[in-house]
Write a protein that binds this ligand. Structure first.
Ligand SMILES: [Zn+2]
Length: 698
């Protein structure tokens, strides 16, 4: 290849590589070519560059990792002061802010762009004619440090933009939770200091002198502002000459230029919508792969931003709405044990009530005895507790300095605190169990599970009714619930004639049930909603005696008894052969259906009149358009309750997923769809509305 040809080839290779990098790193899309294929392109490129060294340019993808800096990082002065945002911590603060800014633009409508606030390190990237020239830290806002050599190793930072523009952009460098864990693991192995959190780790990685270290740490970026939209407008050349009017347009434009922009932003028209979005992000914050510490809220209109201006420290048109602290300290007043539905005995710390993550907490799970040992926790200790989302809080650390000597050790009781049966612990497990199948605690929790929404869904039968039924000795097993009479219910507190009628009706209705729901309601260990459904589908039909029909999956509808008998007959291997059922789950199912108490219960349930809902059989007898397809629901549907829609899908032979993945065929978006919707779009999954969904399942 002569130099002229090499030059052309090099040009094409660079374009191809940056195209795939953009798809993969910035748009987060699954690419048609694998990483190995991208590497092959890079290898060919560096080979050519080695042959023709004078064709190497700084924006070549081979040039991400440069040489090690000596001395220290160079100081740089920012072209414009980098402001930080004022923090607000609650709805009052948000409302006050709204009042202040509305006065600055009287009689105008204000809308807002809300972006998840990434807990990372702020950086400023400078491009000249579309080429990366510098990256700097925020520093004190006026003077920062030059970190070009490390930031250019981050693959989501484009070395060359899609347009030849002069531009300065701001954003966040961060480390994903996964990379953070991996990094700390390897630090530990090397006996080096651990990082306290992903933000510190990201900052430490960017401020390295040796770019090879940074390149190794899997940093990522989200870019969200450009302080000079007017410059794009006037100087950026004809195809970028469209004037930008809003922050949301800036975000879209940044994406077009090749930057990675967080897809989870939302334009809100008022405080009410901001509040809703804030709550939904807060609820999902643990599902994001990176740390978020609140929302950045900006007035969308650039013209209004100009009118509002800045104070000495912060812009008036933006605030950071922080999440409430998720950790706090309190005192352990006692450690008790609780017995769950499967008999698992869990130690629980009884805390001096304390407010954390916006709610008052008085209990924290201690998981098991190993965890108690690991924490070294004693009754009377001062501890740090942590609350993640809606799950029960955990104790993360004991503050031993506060010990007075009066603290008491916790001892796992030998007997079940509820029924006084001796607790057992299989050697392979960490959890103690109450082996008494008639244990009140287990009974109560099993009953609650059996009637719950995702199982038999008996409308109107709540915990307090179950408690009274047990108290009055009216109910001990799920089968007893199905044989309740109106007269029984009238014995309960505050139970009027009408309420009793309604509950009896609900019980009757629940007797026709999808087999999957029924199996889920039994509370078989490790069998969740989806597994129950898989199992159900495998036993619904008695395979046809004619081989041809049998191979086509045809057969006769089974009764509930026949279906249960066929599960009973399945060996471990038969169960494991069902796609989606692993060995642990198979063992749980097998053990359940061999236990003679369970078999007794099952025959009582059949006797009580439970029947398989005929809708179930349609799955097996007719192939519908959605047979084998996987659905995911997001947002609220108008015509269906969420569980009803899921049932319909299952009844037609489809599957229901709870998280977005490549496995999903359709995302059904109702009103106000959440982040799942956006993610699905990014993955290129087909998204449909309620109308189309209705057509599909017809
Ligand atoms: Zn017990």
């Amino acid at each position: 290849m002569n130099k002229q040809e090499a030059k052309k080839r090099i040009q094409k290779l660079r374009e191809e590589i940056s195209h795939w990098n953009y798809q993969y790193f910035a748009l987060n899309q699954k690419t048609d070519i694998t990483e190995a294929a991208r590497d092959a392109l890079k290898k060919e490129l560096s080979e050519l560059e080695r042959q023709f060294p004078d064709l190497v340019t700084p924006d070549s993808p081979t040039q991400r990792i440069g040489s090690v800096l000596s001395g220290e990082l160079k100081k740089v002065r920012h072209a414009k002061k980098i402001y930080s945002l004022a923090d607000i911590f609650n709805l009052e603060g948000l409302k006050d802010w709204e009042k202040r800014i509305e006065k600055l633009v009287p009689r105008e409508k204000v809308s807002y762009v809300c972006e998840p606030k990434i807990d990372g390190l702020h950086i400023v990237l400078t491009y000249k004619k579309g080429k990366f020239v510098r990256a700097a830290t925020r520093g004190n806002g006026v003077i920062g440090e030059d970190v070009s050599h490390t930031v250019r190793t981050i693959e989501s930072v484009p070395l060359k933009l899609k347009k030849e523009v002069d531009i300065e952009v701001g954003g966040e460098v961060f480390m994903s939770k996964k990379s953070f864990e991996k990094l700390n693991k390897s630090q530990k192995k090397k006996d080096q200091t651990l990082f306290a959190n992903p933000r510190n780790a990201a900052a430490g990685s960017v401020r390295q002198l040796d770019p090879r270290i940074t390149a190794d740490r899997n940093l990522d970026t989200f870019i969200y502002n450009s302080d000079e939209p007017d410059r794009w407008e006037h100087k950026a050349g004809h195809d970028l000459s469209v004037a930008l009017f809003s922050q949301s347009e800036i975000l879209e434009r940044l994406k077009e230029l090749g930057f990675k922009v967080n897809p989870h932003y939302k334009v809100c028209r008022n405080i009410q919508e901001i509040k809703g979005f804030y709550n939904s992000v807060k609820k999902k914050r643990n599902d994001y792969g990176y740390e978020i510490d609140g929302l950045a809220i900006k007035v969308d209109s650039l013209e209004q931003q100009d009118k509002m201006g800045r104070t000495a420290k912060t812009p008036r048109w933006a605030v950071a709405f922080k999440f409430p602290a998720e950790q706090t300290t309190t005192v352990v007043e006692d450690i008790i044990v609780q017995v769950g539905r499967t008999g698992a005995v869990t130690p629980v710390a009884v805390l001096k009530p304390v407010s954390v993550a916006g709610s008052t907490v008085s209990r924290a799970t201690l998981h098991n005895q190993d965890e108690i040992k690991r924490l070294g926790i004693k009754i009377g200790d001062t501890v740090v507790i942590q609350k993640a989302g809606d799950v029960i809080p955990e104790v993360v650390k004991v503050l031993e300095r506060f010990r007075t000597g009066k603290e008491r050790k916790f001892k796992m009781p030998k007997l079940c605190p509820v029924c006084e049966t001796k607790l057992v612990k299989p050697p392979s497990e960490v959890v103690f169990r109450c082996p008494n199948k008639k244990c009140f605690a287990q009974q109560r929790n099993s009953l609650i599970h059996f009637v719950s929404k995702k199982a038999l869904n008996i409308d109107g039968m709540g915990k307090s009714i179950i408690d009274q039924l047990i108290e009055k000795d009216l109910v001990t097993t799920p089968a007893d619930i199905l044989t309740l009479k109106k007269g029984d219910l009238l014995e309960l507190e505050h139970f009027a004639d009408k309420a009793a009628d309604n509950l009896i009706k609900a019980i009757e209705k629940a007797k026709r049930v999808h087999l999957g729901r029924f199996l889920f309601g039994l509370g078989v260990r490790y069998v969740g909603e989806e597994t129950a459904d898989l199992l159900a589908r495998n036993v619904l039909l008695e395979p046809s005696p004619t081989p041809r029909l049998r191979r086509a999956g045809r057969g006769r509808n089974r009764t509930l008894k026949e279906a249960i008998d066929s599960i009973k007959k399945m060996g471990l291997e038969d169960l494991e052969a069902i796609e989606g059922i692993g060995d642990k789950v198979a063992l749980g199912i097998h053990q359940y259906f061999q236990d003679k108490n369970h078999l007794k219960l099952l025959s009582q349930l059949i006797k009580a009149g439970i029947k398989i809902d005929s809708l179930d059989f349609e799955v097996a007898t007719q192939k519908s358009r959605i047979t084998g397809k996987t659905f995911l629901f997001t947002g609220s549907l108008k015509k269906f309750a969420r569980d009803q829609a899921k049932d319909l899908v299952r009844a037609k032979g489809g599957r229901v997923a709870s998280a977005v993945s490549k496995r999903v065929d359709y995302v059904v978006a109702g009103e106000k769809p959440g982040g799942k919707f956006k993610k699905a779009r990014e993955l290129g999954i087909k998204t449909i509305g309620e109308k189309e969904f209705k057509k599909l399942i017809r």
